[in-house]
Design a protein around this ligand. Sequence first.
Ligand code: SF4
Ligand code: SF4
Length: 182
Amino acid sequence: MGEKKKKIIKTIKIDVNKCNGCRSCEMICSAFHATPKYSSNSPERSRIRVMFDPMRDLYFPVYAGEYTAAECMGRDRYIIDGKEYDECGLCRAACPSRTLFHEPDSCLPLKCDMCEDDPAQEKPLCVQWCINDALIYEEREEQVDEQETLEDVKIGLESMIDKYGWEKVMDTVARVSASKKG
Ligand code: SF4
Ligand code: SF4
């Protein structure tokens, strides 16, 4: 058994009924992650994207989740309140079958990092900038196995190196670390 340690689980709940598609969340997220910070903004670099369903006049924000090396072999469909949604429309993965959640210049996958910053942000910036309260931030504490956490990082790094090569990954790590310091 590995050692247990406390971990803060950060969650953002999404109330799609309150989202009006203003895209402030996309703007602030991409500006925060620009190099240098706040020097530019571009929705394509945002870790949150607001999808629009014109048939149902509905906006739904989707957060960038895990990187996946291969697309799904099948497709599911969700029925919510009697309306049918394509799995890809709600999916959070940086997946090779679409450009969503890939950095446009390097093609490296993007993932929401909850605005990691030093000093830490009081709340994630997309939550702070959502004037309609469609994004609700919550924290809870959990005991996790430290060994498993490190193993997760190792698996993620190996997948990225497989796909993009060591040099590209290290170049991105250097750029991200420079932007955190700046
Ligand atoms: S800032 Fe809020 S209301 Fe505006 S698009 Fe994002 S989630 Fe929707
Ligand atoms: S929590 Fe931060 S990193 Fe994640 S989508 Fe919102 S602004 Fe971007």
